[in-house]
Design a protein around this ligand. Structure first.
Ligand code: FES
Length: 218
């Protein structure tokens, strides 16, 4: 046997060893890619949910009609703080379930009900009767009494609740908090009727069988 023939027998080319190395590298690459993909999913899920949430219109699970009490609590021409229990709550939320809102009674039958959260970064706004302005203590946002933005960093006016008056009581459609993606007041067709003593109401009026199909208002 020549020297050349001997070397060829002692050191066979990559036939058995190289594929094992490739397998390991391939496995590690796939494993790393899978981990990165999983991490990306975990990070992006809340963001995707935030972006898509306005498209999910099952408001029945996210908001419901809340009783804010009798009309005699709200004098005409005044803006007063009211509180209610958030219908979207869990066992660990505790006192944070109690949510405040601003109720403005314009006349006998016209209200505006504002979310207390500033439209900038969500700080609670305060109502000042003397100046008839809402002011935000965090960055100086100011709103007129009708909720329109007056000055400061908020990009829009205060968010409002849908409301209706039924049998002498004020009700608001409350639950999920609004933001720049999720509206305060909903499109009319997305509002579910308020049911009192087995009767459905929209805009304070009983819904009769003659009313238009689902979502219509009288
Ligand atoms: S949170 Fe109100 S102005 Fe910034």
């Amino acid at each position: 046997m020549t020297d050349v023939e001997h070397d060829e027998q002692q050191t066979p080319l990559t036939g058995d060893t190289a594929p094992a190395g490739d397998d390991r590298r391939g496995f590690m690459f796939k494993f790393g890619a899978a981990l990165m993909g999983l991490g990306g999913l975990v990070i992006s899920a809340p963001i995707v949910g935030y972006i898509l949430s306005p498209a999910v219109k099952d408001w029945k699970k996210r908001r419901s009609w809340i009783d804010l009490g009798g009309l005699d609590q709200y004098p005409i021409g005044r803006t007063l703080l009211a509180t209610y229990r958030n219908p979207v709550h869990g066992p660990t939320v505790g006192i944070a379930d109690e949510l405040p809102c601003w109720v403005r009674r314009i006349d006998e039958s016209t209200f505006q009900v504002f979310y207390i959260n500033c439209a900038h970064l969500g700080c609670p706004v305060h109502w000042f009767e003397e100046s008839r302005l809402f002011m935000c203590p965090c960055h100086g946002g100011v709103y007129y009494e009708n909720g329109d933005r007056a000055s400061g960093p908020p990009p829009r006016g205060l968010f409002e609740y849908d409301w209706q008056v039924v049998r002498g009581k004020l009700y608001v459609f409350a639950g999920e908090m609004p933001n720049l993606q999720i509206p305060g007041k909903l499109p009319e067709d997305d509002l579910t009727p308020l049911t009192v003593d087995g009767i459905d109401y929209r805009d304070g009026q009983p819904v009769t069988p003659d009313d238009d199909t689902e979502g219509a208002r009288p």
